[in-house]
Design a protein around this ligand. Structure first.
Ligand code: SF4
Length: 216
């Protein structure tokens, strides 16, 4: 697998409890080749933009975060930057071998398995995958995912227990950053959640920040 040293990142979050098991960091990569109607992350879709971050810098950040058990890779489409994300997980696990990894993909698991070698290499490093495109007509208040066609697939035994837990919405989390800006994370359980939240916040003089939050 070719050595890739940089990632284009739309956003990252130190700690989140609504995008996967336990408390996790989250990286939203920049760029997705799909265009699911009703995608809630429109700002992450263009491959232009984002923050160019090195694998080493992101690994240092993840290893230094306290009280998280792993990372969730979201986007954007993580498998469009598969080689860099695989390198990132390797770099983190050199120092934290127990670090958990979950990823979202708009592609089905079977398609990823048939795909390019770098995609299979990323799959090999994941514990949990949420696969498939968002389909608005199949929207459902399910845990960690927006529509009923999307599956939560345990790729290792680490999170096999999640299949026995209630499959209901984990909700969303709002964060107030040190500079006073607001961000949110999670899979909205209702259509129009984001627009409604932005409107209500705007009425009170607040704006949600959606752009990349750190410079590499
Ligand atoms: S795969 Fe995900 S990020 Fe890409 S368009 Fe669909 S919902 Fe949005």
């Amino acid at each position: 697998m070719a050595q890739v040293t940089h990632l284009s990142v739309a956003r990252r979050l130190d700690r989140c409890t609504v995008l996967g098991p336990g408390a996790r960091a989250v990286i939203w990569v920049q760029g997705c080749p799909l265009r699911c109607r009703g995608c809630v992350a429109a700002e992450t879709l263009p491959f232009e933009g984002g923050t160019s971050s090195t694998v080493d810098e992101l690994a240092d950040w993840l290893v230094g975060l306290p009280d998280i058990e792993g990372v969730t890779l979201s986007g954007g489409e993580p498998f469009s930057q598969a080689a860099a994300l695989a390198a990132l997980l390797d770099a983190v696990r050199e120092r934290r071998p127990d670090f958990g990894a979950m990823a979202y993909s708009g592609f089905r698991y079977e398609a990823l398995l048939r795909g390019a070698p770098d995609r299979r290499e990323l799959l090999r490093r994941l514990d949990l995958l949420v696969d498939g495109p968002y389909v608005a007509s199949k929207r459902h208040g399910l845990r960690w995912r927006g529509s009923a066609n999307q599956r939560v697939i345990a790729l290792t035994g680490r999170y096999a227990h999640v299949a026995d837990e209630p499959d209901t919405s984990a909700g969303v989390e709002l964060s107030v950053e040190a500079d006073g800006s607001l961000t949110w994370a999670g899979v909205p359980p209702t259509p129009g959640f984001r627009e409604g939240l932005e409107e209500r916040l705007a009425e009170r003089g607040f704006a949600l920040r959606t752009e990349a939050r750190r410079e590499a």
